[in-house]
Design a protein around this ligand. Structure first.
Ligand SMILES: *Cc1c(COP(=O)(O)O)cnc(C)c1O
Length: 443
């Protein structure tokens, strides 16, 4: 069976080939990838499920990847040998039993999207985008390099996938606003790295101008190919529970591409009959960068970009989210709500969760901070199945975690700080310290 996809303008209905270098429609709206749903619908839900199951753990290229195991639903037209995959997806769904018990929840899970090649969920979308660029270059489309603006994780993913493909990449980073790990990743992978004296929104403006030159391909999530890869998180979440739909999904949001992708994944499964129920979708924002939260408070009647303030959750320090309209559509369809989380709340939430075996980056802290508020407001009940989407690996944010444990985060009282006991090499002194500390273990 031949499955097809193209770019489509949601207002105009205009369609464009995926092999074109284009991001916006004639009316200025973002393009979506449109699948031939009629063709996909010719296979039954049961047939799709069994095909997807059959690819779990396979050695057959490229289907072991969580993304490419769903190839027909993601990017059906690409030849297998054009795909650039680093075996992304199929990340662990962590049963957060102790954290759940602490919060009075029996069925709490954390989807560890940061357990991936470059340490964040950005790999899920980048494998699709870079594969498509590889496919186009092989067919003679004159693309010199792929470029993105980034708060750190997009650039790391772009750099790695481009390096694996042998395609030049260019990344624009806001000066001094990302972690050391995030900065060294694209440097190591050979990207042209430009640190700009501005914030993410400023970098985004420049990359859009630079990529008006069509030989530089834009890799930001304005480019909906990224969303196609990221939406597979929804498929995985259901598949990992034998196709049962969770009740609540909490996801941190900045540019709002990921929540749009989450909704899109559920849309497809509903339309093709793989599931019948909708989850509730909750977006968690940092209070210091909260334009979606403010719009939610006005019932989405008012939206205004904000000047994002500094937040430890640096990947969501975004004041003017590109995918705002897409995200609102998702929130309206999936009984959505939006929470804002302060620096103190996100820091303590991340490190509370660490005490139960997780290793949280600040963005996951934002999502767990929202969960704590929901528990307090009784917006979630004990028996409900709740998923927290963890977007990056904590190892990328060692400075944040180190400063937390030293009580050095400005304005944050670190409730779960775990100071090192400095001690001479003296057995009796060691015993004294252990006696003291073993008496005081809280969580
Ligand atoms: C990109 C990113 C986000 C935000 O995703 P959006 O699609 O911009 O909303 C959240 N957390 C981490 C770690 C990220 O890298």
């Amino acid at each position: 069976m031949a499955f097809n996809a193209c770019f489509k303008g949601s207002q105009t209905g205009n369609t464009y080939s995926l092999d074109q270098v284009i991001y916006r429609d004639t009316d200025g709206g973002l393009l979506e990838v449109e699948h031939d749903m009629e063709q996909l619908g010719k296979r039954s839900a049961a047939e799709w499920k069994s095909l997807f199951e059959s690819r779990c753990g396979t050695h057959k290229w490229p289907f072991a990847s969580g993304i490419w195991g769903k190839k027909e639903w993601v990017l059906p037209g690409i030849a297998d040998e054009d795909i650039i995959s680093l075996n992304e997806g199929w990340t662990n769904l962590f049963f957060a039993q102790r954290l759940g018990a602490h919060l009075g929840l029996d069925d709490l899970w954390v989807k560890l999207c940061g357990n991936s090649h470059t340490g964040s969920f950005k790999d899920l979308g980048m494998t699709v985008l870079v594969s498509q660029v590889n496919h186009m270059r092989k067919r003679g489309v004159p693309i010199k390099a792929v470029a993105c603006a980034s708060t750190g994780d997009t650039s790391a993913a772009l750099a790695a996938y481009c390096a694996a493909a042998g395609i030049p990449s260019v990344v624009f980073l806001p000066g001094n606003k990302i972690s050391v790990a995030q900065l060294i990743q694209p440097i190591s992978n050979g990207s042209i790295v430009l640190s700009l004296d501005t914030d993410f929104d400023g970098c985004m403006k420049i990359v859009q101008e630079i990529t008006e030159d069509k030989s530089l391909y834009l890799a930001n999530s304005m480019n909906s190919l990224r969303i196609e890869g990221q939406k597979t998180i929804s498929f995985e979440l259901c598949q990992q529970f034998a196709w049962e739909v969770p009740d609540v999904i909490i996801i941190p949001g900045g540019n709002l591409g990921n929540v749009s992708a989450l909704g899109r994944g559920f849309d497809m499964m509903l339309e093709l009959g793989l599931i019948a129920k909708k989850p509730r979708i909750v977006v968690a924002q940092a209070a210091n960068a909260n334009p979606l939260y403010l719009a939610y408070k006005s019932d989405y009647t008012r939206f205004a970009p904000v000047q994002a303030q500094k937040t430890e959750a640096s990947a969501i320090q975004i004041g003017n989210p590109v995918s705002y309209a897409r995200a609102v559509k998702v929130l309206k369809k999936y009984s959505g709500s939006v929470y804002q989380v302060t620096e103190e709340q996100l820091s303590n939430a991340a490190h509370l969760a660490d005490r139960t075996g997780l290793y949280c980056d600040p963005h996951t802290g934002v999502a767990i901070g929202a969960l704590l508020q929901m528990v307090e407001e009784k917006a979630v009940s004990r028996k409900e199945r709740v998923i927290v989407v963890s977007t990056a690996h904590g190892l990328k944010f060692s400075e944040f975690k180190t400063r937390y444990h030293k009580q050095e985060l400005a304005g944050v009282k670190a409730e779960y700080a775990n100071p090192i006991s400095e001690c001479p090499a003296d057995t009796n002194k060691v015993r004294d310290i252990l006696d003291q500390r073993l008496k005081n273990i809280a969580l």
